[in-house]
Design a protein around this ligand. Sequence first.
Ligand SMILES: *Cc1c(COP(=O)(O)O)cnc(C)c1O
Length: 390
Amino acid sequence: MTDPVWLPFAVPDHSEDEVDELVATLRSGWTTTGPRAVQFEKDFSAYTGANYSLAVNSCTAGLHVALAACGLGPGDEVITTPMTFCSSVNVIIQTGATPVLADIGADLNIDPKAIARAITPRTRAILPVHVAGLPCDMEAIWLLAANHNLKVIEDAAHAAGSYYADGEAVGKGKSDAVAFSFYATKNLSTGEGGMVTTGSAELEDRMRILLLHGISRDAWKRYSEKASWYYEVVECGFKYNMSDLTAAIGIHQLRRLNGMNARRAEIATRYTAAFASLDEVEVAPGYQHAGHSWHLYVLRLNLDRLTIDRARFFEEMRDRGIGCSVHFIPIPLHPYYQRTLTMHDPCTRALAEYPRLLSLPLYSKMSDESVERVIEAVQEIVAQYRCDAD
Ligand SMILES: *Cc1c(COP(=O)(O)O)cnc(C)c1O
């Protein structure tokens, strides 16, 4: 018996336009931040409807520069979710502020009621994460923020092409800043990269300065007429700018984003249709939600109806040649946060959901045959290991 052809968990979707633009950028002689980064920012603002877009070298960088530009620091508390990638929490710690976890709801996104319980006189900001690309209940979060005078910085790493309940694109809302990831597995991918949007001219200005060493553009403009080498450092900034090589890919990825997301939605719909009748699993939430970018398809195992655990389910998928993943190992389970964070909220739901989570392959380049292979594998494993199976 031969091994089945390996079906990876994620594969980026690049076109010849991107290859050509990348080569043209190399040949142009301008590879660092320049005309293509400017173009990508302009295009991203047009796509989302945001007033300002700032190209950065990762979502992590975008979140960090946004928190720093909001003036967060020691003594401040920032409320975020336990069900996220570590960088959402690390950037808070890196500003000197304290992350405060608030538990998730049934859709795996941060629960506004848990946020309300976590607010103290030191709370300065909320950092919600749109898990899998399904937008959080932003109306409730914006209301809390308005009532308590809090900043909102969205982690939209999964949510390029998602939109809020009111139909506006994620990136153009009432939040102070929204950070996107263009990491290799994300819906819009440049290998590494990110974008941060804001509606505020003041925040745009501060982020612009902070993301490139703290160098003031205005001073540069003022003096460059006299001396092209002159600049002024007005803050202790970071090195978070996006290169034109990255932007060359991004410009074309953005043009293809809606098409790629439509394919993701098609696959998600197929998964949900196939799994809805199985009592042993729970389908991903929000499959009818128009604003879902379907970055991930998170299947939840009903473990009390199965004789195997998630680790074994994962291995059974792997043995059938199918790559899966888990999103996420909750923040309270990592040793660093156990050592350093005080958990006021026990995050009961996040910890209870974690053992049941299994992310299935979902990407625009997946063929119908591959989608059917995943469905058959899940059906087969469920049939073999359901509690009443003999
Ligand atoms: C991928 C991811 C990030 C980090 O994105 P980078 O561009 O790699 O910095 C942050 N938050 C979440 C939820 C992610 O999935």
